[in-house]
Ligand binder design. Structure first.
Ligand SMILES: [Fe+2]
Length: 190
């Protein structure tokens, strides 16, 4: 999402992300790939990793807000993605999980940086369902400035027709074998 310049973030620990929006501000709605029914097809968990799973660690934290920047609690968020080699776990449930935003609209997920397959740039699929009944799927992307597993993400983003700049993670600097990222989803309230 594009955030107004006055929109400041205060990060209070790994999972507490508190947007501070001035009165009367508006939040830009997240790009939604497709509005479609979203069922629960995964285990409820915030850590999508599995023992022995290799890859660059990635933690994403943020909130789900409405277009007036008010938190949306109880929103179903379901994440699924490939491993670092661009392979989905179709037999098990690795790198697939769902959760619900808390009373302040917060979520966090621990995973790894996804790989690439075919013409796809690294991406994380996200299914969502608000209490108001808005549901659909979208994707999160890496900034074009990073490299992952030797890949030039900028080149991959540029040639992937699904890529959308509005859904790029705000990625912090790499620390050790991992990144911390933030992303606030904004869904129109119904
Ligand atoms: Fe995919």
């Amino acid at each position: 999402m594009r955030r107004p310049a006055a929109f400041a973030l205060a990060i209070l620990g790994a999972t507490a992300l508190v947007p501070v929006a001035p009165a009367g501000s508006s939040c830009h709605v997240t790009y939604v790939e497709r509005e479609t029914p979203v069922g629960i097809e995964s285990r409820q968990r915030t850590d999508l990793r599995a023992p022995g799973l290799a890859g660059v660690r990635l933690t994403i934290a943020g909130r789900v807000l409405d277009e007036r920047c008010r938190p949306l609690p109880g929103v179903l968020l379901q994440f699924w993605q490939t491993d670092g080699n661009g392979v989905y776990d179709r037999a098990g449930n690795r790198l697939h999980g769902h959760q619900y935003t808390d009373a302040r609209g917060r979520y966090s997920v621990q995973t790894i940086v996804p790989g690439t397959y075919g013409t796809r740039t690294p991406h994380i699929h996200v299914g969502f369902r608000t209490r108001g009944g808005l549901q659909g799927i979208t994707e999160l992307y890496l900034p074009s400035t990073v490299r992952a597993y030797g890949m030039d993400v900028g080149t991959l983003n540029a040639r992937d027709g699904w890529f959308d700049e509005r859904n790029v993670l705000r990625l912090g600097p790499r620390r050790g074998n991992g990144y911390a990222a933030t992303f606030d989803f904004v869904f129109a309230r119904r």
